[in-house]
Design a protein around this ligand. Structure first.
Ligand code: HEM
Length: 403
């Protein structure tokens, strides 16, 4: 008998939404043997889970405990860094790490990046304008956020290729559907390289302070004693990582959805004032986050089922965003949709720190792209979805623009 839900089924990643709909209707709280985890797919339950102090965001400790001594030592730097990431921390540690990051990156700082984002977007579009073709990931969606976040932290833009390699290696580790020893080794090397890189940048600023956010983060760490140097470095690596893979995929998935819905694409070109609503709809309809996981800290009742202490739960944000009980006609891409409170940035204490920046980048990027280059059309080869159950995006998105 085939399982009710099988995310390893070929074709699942290309279009997981029918599987989510079937599961939500049959078993909104489901034990998935393949994942050895609970799976939740309804909007209300997902929201409840993300905001539930009985469900821990620390997925690193159980993973570390599952490893033998040798392996644990072999990837020790990687584990140490991930343990310092606020996204994997519970209160009170989370509260302290998040408070420090909020002080350095309040929403107004991110919104203040608009002129820089516009300049970077314009430069990247220039690169594609003459050719009237390009790969929307390689030429646009990838470099934009990495340039913005490097700029915001005060790190040199020339190093963006390094950030990409390191970040890709971390992404395969953090979000991989299948974790092989090779992926672990690559993530370990990249975690160490990334931490060394930020340590060196910190040391340079200790010798010669600059007017940038990294210097301010250091000052905060030194003056308030709120963050150790190790935590500060890990926070910068988290920002470099979280700040680009996801935003790249907002642009990639969003443009792909528009190209597959030409009437909506045309509508947005005619009414660019809808861009803000359209970006929210792109985030809901096929956003960059598929699932977040949590671990039960004790026995907890969910929708008539009991999660046992130590059980893992996949909170499928992408499924929640298509719940017909929350969103009318959920499988329709509607760039003018109202009351669009999707869960793509999470919910509760871990709600995405970078949401204002991601929204800003998405709005400026989509608006400028359509205004300057016209409606793109999909070119060959067909896009392929990356192998991950947490991040959702395509590896490449070749397009042509009208001449
Ligand atoms: C479209 C782009 C983005 C999406 C969809 C996204 C999504 C998310 C989600 C779902 C979470 C919650 C994780 C959880 O509950 O386990 C999160 C947390 C986080 N995001 Fe984002 N993110 C995006 C862009 C960014 C950017 C641009 C930055 C940084 C500049 C960033 C930094 C963070 C950080 C630091 C956290 C951890 C917050 C905490 O644990 O308190 N994200 N993001």
């Amino acid at each position: 008998m085939s399982p009710l839900f099988d995310p390893r089924r070929p074709g699942f990643l290309a279009d997981p939404y029918p599987d989510f709909a079937a599961l939500r209707a049959r078993e909104p709280v489901h034990w998935c043997e393949g994942l050895k985890s609970w799976v939740i797919t309804g909007y209300d339950l997902c929201k409840q889970a993300l905001n539930d102090p009985q469900l821990s965001a620390d997925r690193i400790s159980p993973f570390r405990d599952s490893l033998g001594e040798t392996e644990r030592r072999r990837i020790g730097d990687l584990l140490a860094m991930l343990e310092d990431w606020m996204v994997f921390a519970d209160p009170p540690r989370h509260t302290r790490l998040r408070r420090a990051a909020n002080q350095i990156f309040p929403p107004r700082v991110m919104e203040g990046m608009a002129p820089r984002v516009q300049a970077i977007v314009a430069g990247l579009i220039d690169g594609m304008a003459e050719r009237r073709a390009g790969d929307l990931i390689r030429d646009f969606g990838f470099p934009l956020p990495v340039m913005v976040i490097a700029d915001m932290l005060g790190l040199p833009l020339e190093d963006q290729d390094k950030f990409k390699v390191w970040s890709d290696d971390l992404a395969t580790f953090v979000g991989s559907a299948q974790l092989t020893p090779d992926k672990r080794a690559r993530a370990q090397d990249s975690a160490r390289a990334m931490c060394d890189y930020v340590h060196a940048a910190v040391a340079a600023r200790r010798r010669e302070p600059r007017d940038d956010r990294l210097t301010r983060l250091m000052a905060l760490a030194d003056e308030s004693g709120e963050l150790s140097e190790r935590e500060m470095v890990a926070t910068c690596v988290l920002l470099l990582f979280a700040g680009h893979e996801t935003t790249t995929n907002l642009i990639g998935n969003g443009m792909l959805a528009l190209m597959r819905h030409p009437a909506e694409l045309e509508g947005l070109r005619r009414q660019p004032e809808l861009t803000e609503a359209a970006v929210e709809e792109m985030l809901r309809y096929d956003g960059p986050t598929l699932a977040m996981t949590r671990i039960a800290l004790e026995d907890v009742d969910y929708g008539g089922t009991t999660f046992r202490k130590g059980d893992r739960i996949f909170v499928f944000l992408a499924a929640a965003n298509r719940d017909p009980a929350r969103f009318p006609d959920p499988d329709r891409l509607d760039i003018a949709r109202e009351d669009n409170r999707h869960l793509t940035f999470g919910y509760g204490i871990h709600f995405c720190l970078g949401a204002p920046l991601a929204r800003l980048e998405g709005r400026i990027a989509i608006r400028a792209l359509l205004a300057r280059l016209g409606a793109p059309a999909l070119a060959e080869p067909a896009p392929e979805w990356i192998d991950s159950l947490s991040l959702r995006g395509v590896g490449a998105l070749p397009v042509t623009f009208p001449s």
